[in-house]
Design a protein around this ligand. Structure first.
Ligand code: ADP
Ligand code: ZN
Ligand code: ZN
Length: 692
């Protein structure tokens, strides 16, 4: 074996780039995790390569301090290298993503075995004999008694790692495996064919809400497991979608491991180790589960593939969907992306399988557009909506704005309360008597009088979920509010599930994959709210939000209906969602994207410069622009100013290019060159490939 190990230290410093050479201890290979001396300290590093010789003189080649017990599969090391390049990050940061969860130790318990020794001296008591007869076993509460036997040489005690069992919440009744519908059977047959191939083509499972996609995933996973292949199931947010976890655990039991942030460090470690050792072969989790250490991976399922939570908002700004596709290709595994509202990108790139109807053939609920342009400006609810809510025992109401009112100003002088750190309006949260910034978390007391003119007359504009909750409660409804201000969404969802009557009110969180058969009414308030964002995905988001919310209603025998309040009834996304016309929407949207050269017809890369001083930001952004020069097949937009965030002025440039690799390389080089200049120390740079 080559005597040199190339080690990438896991540090966040951008300037520091390995790998660095060390002596290779016996048994160390690619993926081994080591503690190595590095400058004046010890750091954890991952072996990313082996070499026969080093450029360092022998006497400077240091030996690692120790080798840690867990190592990374070599394919994940390779994947990390790819991520570092693909997202203009560093190998160390990418390796940190695929490394075992930090912290958490093996849980050790005492294990007792009987020795072969004959008892010397007085014979064991009856109780001691009984104890000896039960060995080997965990010591448990008998440790003290066993210690006395150990002192006599009759018992050997050792510490063993034992697994912490993750408690899974049971959601809904345990269900036996149902017979597939003809549509499901047809789709599954295609999937099973793909699973038998060496390099299967990725598939898009486009099935309307309630068409039984989860059952298809379960069957596909069963087939993969029969072939001794591992499975990763990615879900948007565990707290909001406990149903799918519980269905996988129900079906496959202990071979399912979950990886998510609600686990303790120890539990996460144990689940990771179970996957690494092969004791568990299915991993269910949010975006980071795409890095599950599964060998012989055969299937990756991406549930609700349109969900924005698949994008990671820290460096590396990876998109789990893009990483999943790469990992599947690398492993020769099948990727199935599923959604009722797939992204235009996925429709464009993947072969599509359809589940056109709901299970039991129940129709999708009729959707009525409520034109708010004729309604009085102050009331959040149209009279039609108020009446419908009285008639429906259980309803879901979506208002994608939390807080009480989204804007506070002075009636006398017009002074508006904005965040001191960010150039945005503060949102009133009445229950805790504060104004809050939804971007940086800044909070201040609700003003009694204007800070500018002293007037006592402060006006509140717009309504958020907190205000609507209050209004609905005043009308006598029982309201279950679900938004980012709620501490435990899972508990709230269960309370709503068990209630006989009530309204589940909240932000886009209420439109996730919930399956509540007794909800007969869905309401969207201010459906065009998402359209007002200046973003090429605004249409796609609006369509998905309305269509997904519509998908939550009328899932049971009671049927259902949906009301969509909007100031923009003729907007293509809203009109198409009201017709349940995903194909019409996607065709129109793809046409628009092609004409404007937006993804999937180009790749976008966003570079943001930020600093406390506006002048430094402008200078740095212009320097980046100059460094980028002319990129063949790409155009560069900006620099353009962004609103101030967390006390930092910002400017952005967007590269829009057809040659992805070339554009990414250009961005990385430009940022390295500009950031490397010491005079720009105070400026931070972030590169976002495929921004959301
Ligand atoms: P989707 O994920 O497509 O929205 P689900 O997987 O949640 O749909 O399925 C909707 C409901 O139909 C669930 O309650 C599920 O248990 C049930 N279901 C799925 N497949 C079948 C089937 N073949 N026969 C009977 N019920 C089914
Ligand atoms: Zn004033
Ligand atoms: Zn702020």
């Amino acid at each position: 074996m080559p005597p040199v190990a190339k080690v990438e230290p896991i540090t966040t410093a951008r300037a520091l780039r390995g790998p660095f050479d060390y002596l290779r201890p016996d048994g160390v290979g690619i993926g081994s995790v080591l503690v190595v001396p590095f400058g004046h300290r010890d750091v954890v590093g991952v072996v990313v390569g082996l070499a026969d010789s080093s450029d360092l003189p022998d006497e400077r080649l240091a030996a690692p301090r120790r080798v840690l017990e867990h190592d990374l599969p070599a394919d994940l090391v390779e994947l990390a290298g790819w991520i570092a390049g693909e997202y203009c990050s560093t190998p160390a940061r990418a390796l940190a993503l695929v490394s075992p969860p930090p912290g958490g130790r093996a849980k050790l318990t005492w294990w007792a075995t009987a020795t072969a020794a004959e008892p010397a001296g007085r014979p064991p008591t009856a109780r001691q004999r009984a104890l000896l007869a039960e060995l080997p076993r965990a010591a448990g509460p008998d440790l003290a008694a066993l210690r006395r036997l150990e002192a006599r040489g009759l018992v050997a005690l050792e510490q063993r790692a034992t697994r912490r069992h993750v408690a899974h919440e049971q959601v809904g009744a345990r269900r036996a495996q149902p017979a597939l519908t003809p549509d499901q059977a047809r789709v599954l047959a295609e999937i099973e064919t793909a699973l038998r191939q060496d390099r299967p083509e990725a598939l898009l499972l486009h099935g309307v809400t309630g068409s039984g996609k989860t059952e298809v995933y379960l069957r596909a996973a069963a087939t993969a497991l029969e072939q001794d292949l591992g499975v990763i199931v990615l879900v948007p947010e565990i707290a909001l979608t406990p149903q799918i976890v519980s269905r996988f655990v129900d079906r496959f039991g202990d071979t399912v491991a979950v990886l998510h942030s609600k686990l303790s460090a120890g539990e996460r470690r144990d689940e990771w180790m179970r996957l690494r050792s092969g004791a568990a072969r299915v991993c269910v989790g949010p975006r980071s589960a795409v890095f599950a250490p599964i060998e012989r991976l055969g299937l990756i399922v991406l549930d609700e593939e349109h969900d924005a939570s698949y994008k990671h908002e820290g460096d590396p700004r990876y998109d789990a969907r893009h990483v999943a596709a790469r990992r599947a290709r690398q492993a020769g595994a099948l990727l199935i992306a599923g959604s009722a509202t797939p992204r235009p990108e996925s429709v464009h790139a993947l072969r599509r399988l359809r589940l056109p109807a709901r299970i039991d053939g129940r129709p999708l609920p009729p959707v009525q557009i409520v034109d708010m342009r004729e309604s009085s400006a102050t009331a959040a609810l149209h009279p039609d909506t108020s009446h419908a809510l009285v008639d429906a025992p259980k309803a879901i109401v979506l208002l994608n704005r939390r807080g009480w009112s989204n804007f506070v100003d002075c009636r006398s002088c017009g002074h508006a309360w904005t965040c001191p750190q960010c150039d945005v309006a503060l949102v009133l949260h009445r229950a805790d008597g504060r104004l809050a910034c939804h971007h940086c978390g800044h909070r201040e007391r609700v003003p009694q009088r204007c800070v500018k003119c002293g007037s006592m007359s402060v006006a509140r504009h717009g309504a958020g979920t907190e205000r609507l909750e209050h209004d609905l409660a005043q009308l006598g409804h029982e309201v279950f509010r679900l938004d980012a201000d709620v501490r435990d969404p899972g508990v709230l969802l269960r309370r709503f599930e068990q209630a006989r009557r009530g309204i589940l009110l909240g932000t886009q969180m209420v439109a996730k994959g919930h399956d509540f058969p007794d909800v007969t009414l869905g309401v969207v308030i201010d459906a065009d709210g998402t359209l007002r964002f200046p973003d090429f995905r605004a249409e796609e988001r609006t369509f998905a939000l309305v269509a997904q919310l519509a998908g939550r209603a009328g899932r049971g025998p009671g049927g259902g209906r949906v009301l969509v309040q909007t100031m923009a009834p003729e907007a293509a996304s809203i009109a198409a969602a009201a017709r349940h016309d995903a194909d019409g929407f996607l065709a129109g949207e793809l046409g628009r994207r092609e004409a404007l050269r937006y993804p999937p017809f180009s790749h976008l890369i966003r570079i943001v410069c930020s600093a406390t001083q506006g002048a430094a930001v402008g200078e740095a952004a212009r320097a980046i622009r100059a460094q980028l020069g002319d990129i063949p097949g790409a155009s560069v937009l900006g620099p353009a100013p962004l609103f101030r965030l967390r006390g930092r002025e910002r400017a952005q440039l967007v590269i829009k290019g057809t040659d992805r690799a070339r554009a990414v390389r250009a961005a990385g080089r430009a940022v390295d060159a500009v950031a490397g200049d010491r005079t720009r120390r105070g400026v931070a740079f972030s590169v976002d490939v495929d921004p959301q």
